[in-house]
Design a protein around this ligand. Structure first.
Ligand code: TXA
Ligand code: MG
Length: 322
């Protein structure tokens, strides 16, 4: 991990008090906190010295920008300097929720939040603890997912602890994340919205409001969402995408997650999800359970790229590029 050598081990408080957690933000420190997508690792987005601690704790490359979180719509102007009319509609429809809008940046946001870009991602999470916490902070909170860079995003406070215990001063405890994959990142700097990262709000939902919404094709040399070029969401095991259980080699050292099952029960771990929503919610947690059991091979059943299926396929594809 890039920066770990300059980090002094520290005590990590685990608390259910959003007030306690918010004090760390006021003191230019970091804290992890729950959201409906995944847990975030936050710092005051106005203070570059505080934001730097996020990059150090995660071992995150400094050219990968962070999303800024606020409690209320009326705080958005302190993060973004303007927004097109179609983005206002999206705010009305989807905030609070699993959607991040990329907009022109307000100068007050520290430059290391946006990795030098003149745009910023802004989001209002829809999780009761996150809302209270962000309100108590009173400032915009820059927060990537609260995992060591490259590993699966944390959907429980225990997963945050597993990755960042001794590297951050505080974890605000909440329930497991309801959605389990990250927010949809939507570029709103052009004449129509472009999805840079599929996530909790689907393409179909966005098109109902703004029919011109399209998907970014990231074949280009420079990905518009800088995070897209790094190894991501990866458990220690090799991840394979299969179209059915027939394509697997069931062993105690292999695992399977998907929507369909047959009689094969020889896997070290197996998770059959009833819906795609459950698949999305379970995926990162399943990866982490596999790591605990020293699973060597994880088979993920492919799903159609409709609805939340688009985000599931994106995550398992990235996890499978070792
Ligand atoms: O659901 C989520 O979005 C979670 C929770 C904590 O809110 N956060 C999250 O953050 O997933 P992170 O840092 O793991 O992913 C942020 C993504 C990265 O792919 C990054 O490159 C992209 O958003 N991003 C952030 N700011 C951007 C900008 N100004 N332009 C383009 N992409 C941006
Ligand atoms: Mg992340």
């Amino acid at each position: 991990m890039g920066f770990s050598y300059i980090l002094q081990p520290m005590h990590t408080i685990i608390t259910t008090s959003y007030r306690t957690a918010a004090k760390f933000i006021s003191n230019n420190e970091t804290t992890a906190f729950p959201t409906e997508t995944v847990y975030g690792l936050g710092a005051n987005a106005f203070e570059s010295t505080a934001v730097k601690k996020i990059f150090i704790a995660k071992g995150r490359p400094s050219d990968n920008p962070l999303i800024v979180h606020v409690a209320e719509v009326d705080q958005i102007p302190s993060v973004a300097s303007s927004m097109p009319r179609y983005a206002e509609k999206l705010v009305e429809e989807f905030f609070p929720g699993p959607l991040t809008l990329v907009l022109p940046k307000n100068k007050k946001i520290a430059m290391n939040v946006t990795a030098g870009l003149l745009t910023v991602g802004v989001r209002i999470p829809n999780n009761p603890i996150a809302k209270k916490f962000l309100k108590e902070c009173g400032v915009p909170v820059a927060a990537p997912s609260a995992n060591i860079s490259g590993s699966p995003s944390p959907t429980t406070w225990q997963a945050v602890k597993n990755d960042l215990n001794g590297r951050i001063p505080c974890i605000l405890k909440g329930n497991p994340s309801r959605i389990g994959v990250e927010s949809t990142v939507l570029d709103c700097t052009g004449s129509a919205p472009v999805i840079l990262r599929a996530g909790g709000i689907t393409l179909e939902q966005l098109r109902k409001i703004i029919p011109a919404t399209r998907l970014q094709k990231h074949q280009g040399a420079i990905p518009k969402s800088p995070g897209l070029k790094y190894r991501h969401y990866s458990p220690f095991a090799y991840v394979f995408i299969v179209s059915s259980m027939k394509e697997t080699v069931p062993l105690k050292s292999s695992a399977y997650i998907g929507l369909h099952s047959n009689e094969n029960n020889n896997f070290g771990l197996k998770k059959i999800c009833r819906t795609e929503e459950e698949y999305a919610r379970s995926l990162f947690h399943f990866f982490r359970e596999c790591d605990k059991k020293n699973i060597e091979t994880i088979y993920c059943e492919s799903v159609s790229e409709a609805g939340i299926g688009l985000a599931i396929m994106d995550r398992i594809r990235k996890a499978s590029y070792q």
